[in-house]
Design a binder for this molecule. Structure first.
Ligand code: NAD
Length: 494
């Protein structure tokens, strides 16, 4: 069985804690590797290496930093297939989806390559006689990223290219369920010329996370994962004085108005609900069908859900792979069973997917679901789509806004006026108009509202640059001529 190592100070580092976990192949249901679960000793070693490396990395010129980022960007592009195969082997998603993940992650590196432009300050000449002012931004120090299993390459890339471009050093604690791609990323950074200690990978679970949250030499923590852990990370890291952004879970709605192209909406929603077996934070998991749209839409969704080809992620014919673990499969099918027993109308039953050895659940569709139902309220995080029927546009907006989550939402309509009302009224951070998964491009920032984000800064794009830097404003005076008299009054401009 393959043993995975940490990556600290530019090289693989042997585990010290003695604790390990199995990494499964979700398509076969078999363990394929062991991952070490770090204790304080490994975290402390990584923080010391990153703190040491920061002294020179923060002084490295923008030109030199950019050179490394361009080289890294090209290496990631060249290794897209290797990274995708690693994702599929440990996460289970189909290969094409995994390639898409790598591409969307690489786009953040593209953005970070423009760091000289992004870090430009501002200058005001002659704010007072012989006085000028300018601003600039500086790095924070050692930053940590704690990431979920569902995008083992892309979500860490929301963080580390920007943190590093801004002059910080970085410790990644990836999900222990699909840890291998992070080690290849570390090797590619080294090959690109990144100095030792600037990017480190420490594998682990809560024990490693807690040490990162408490460590006095870590300046900032970026977290992406489930809402309860995001809330906990935000509270604990804030209490130890760190800057924190913690992105949590989601229940993303698609509102479909009667004037929408229903066939197109059904296709888009099917892809967004069942792609990656519903394990995307921007997956559509609830449809709000308004008025007369409902019957036809449910018929189309039913037909589409039945057509999804479920199978191993590395098989050409598969459109949807397994879910991440046996526990995830049982949790998801538990939701389906309880909802069905409670009388919720089960239109397509994913539990009926032919039993395979791996952790498979098929596309599942519920209709006429009440907003009180557990399967509607909770983030199921699997291929389960529920349809809620709404009487009117206002009713639909009320349903969306009553959700505790506010990550993504999509509106399907042909009406510009409805779009304008909707985009202004919804309490959701990312809105799609006839776009089911409105993940912003790398040069915009990604983040939800309400229980989908704790902290006030979204990831990547301009907000990412702000998160990983702090601003300074300098006021300069170069007097010439005769000395001025002493004045103890508060200075004003002249
Ligand atoms: P998770 O919260 O279980 O784990 C996320 C990270 O936290 C992992 O690195 C894990 O090791 C660590 N962790 C887990 N439990 C912990 C604890 N008790 N204390 C400290 N650390 C802990 O999430 P997951 O199952 O890996 O990922 C799925 C979740 O992530 C879903 O809820 C999904 O919506 C969310 N997600 C959100 C976004 C977003 O942008 N908002 C993006 C991707 C995933």
């Amino acid at each position: 069985m393959r043993s995975i190592e940490h990556w600290i100070d530019g090289k693989p580092a042997e585990p010290l804690s003695g604790r390990t976990a199995s990494v499964w192949n979700p398509a076969t249901g078999q363990p394929q590797a062991t991952v070490p679960l770090a204790g304080s000793a490994e975290v402390d070693t990584a923080v010391a290496a990153a703190a040491q490396a920061w002294h020179s990395w923060r002084e490295t010129s923008l030109t030199a930093r950019t050179k490394v980022l361009f080289a890294f960007r090209d290496l990631v592009e060249r290794h897209t297939d290797d990274l995708a195969r690693m994702i599929t082997a440990e996460h289970g998603k189909v290969l094409d989806d995994a390639r898409g993940e790598v591409t969307r992650g690489r786009e953040v590196i593209d953005f970070a390559c423009g760091i000289p432009q992004l870090l430009k300050g501002s200058y005001s000449d002659q704010v007072s006689t012989a006085v000028d002012s300018y601003t600039f931004r500086q790095s924070l120090g050692v930053c940590a990223g704690i990431t979920p299993f569902n995008f083992p390459v892309m979500v860490p890339m929301w963080m580390h290219p920007i943190a590093i471009a801004c002059g910080n050093t970085f410790i990644l604690k990836p999900s222990e369920r699909d840890p291998s791609p992070s080690n290849l990323i570390a090797e590619l950074y080294a090959e690109a010329g990144l100095p030792a200690g600037v990017f480190n990978v420490v594998h682990g679970d809560k024990e490693a996370v807690d040490r990162l949250l408490d460590h006095p030499d870590i300046a900032a923590v970026s977290f992406v994962g489930s809402t309860p852990v995001a809330r906990y990370v935000h509270q604990r890291a804030s209490a130890s004085g760190k800057r924190v952004q913690a992105l949590g879970g989601a229940k993303n709605h698609a509102v479909v108005l009667p004037d929408a192209d229903l066939a197109d909406a059904a296709r888009q929603i099917t892809a967004a609900a069942y792609g990656s077996a519903g394990q995307r934070c921007m997956a559509i998991s609830a449809v709000v069908a308004v008025g007369s749209a409902a019957d036809e839409l449910v018929a189309l969704l039913t037909e589409q859900a039945r057509r999804v080809r479920v199978g191993p992620g590395d098989a050409e014919s598969s459109e949807m792979g397994p879910v991440i673990t046996a526990e995830a499969r049982d949790r998801i099918t538990g939701y389906v069973t309880r909802a069905a027993e409670a009388g919720v109308s089960l239109v397509v039953d994913g539990r009926e997917t032919p039993t395979r050895d791996g952790f498979f659940v098929g596309p599942t569709l519920f209709d006429t679901v009440s907003t009180d139902a557990e399967v509607y309220r909770d983030e199921v995080f699997g291929p389960v789509l529920v349809v809620v029927r709404a009487d009117s546009f206002d009713d639909a907006v009320r349903i969306v806004n009553a959700s505790e989550y506010g990550n993504g939402v999509a509106l399907f309509t042909g009406s510009g006026a409805a779009v304008r009302r909707f985009t202004r009224a919804v309490t959701v951070g990312m809105v799609g108009v006839n776009v089911p998964v409105p993940v912003p491009m790398a040069y915009h920032s990604f983040g939800g509202w309400k229980n989908s984000l704790f902290g006030d800064t979204h990831v990547h794009g301009p907000e990412g640059v702000n998160f990983y830097t702090r601003g300074k404003v300098v006021t300069t005076r170069w007097p010439s001529g005769s000395p001025s008299a002493v004045s103890l009054s508060f200075p004003t401009t002249s």
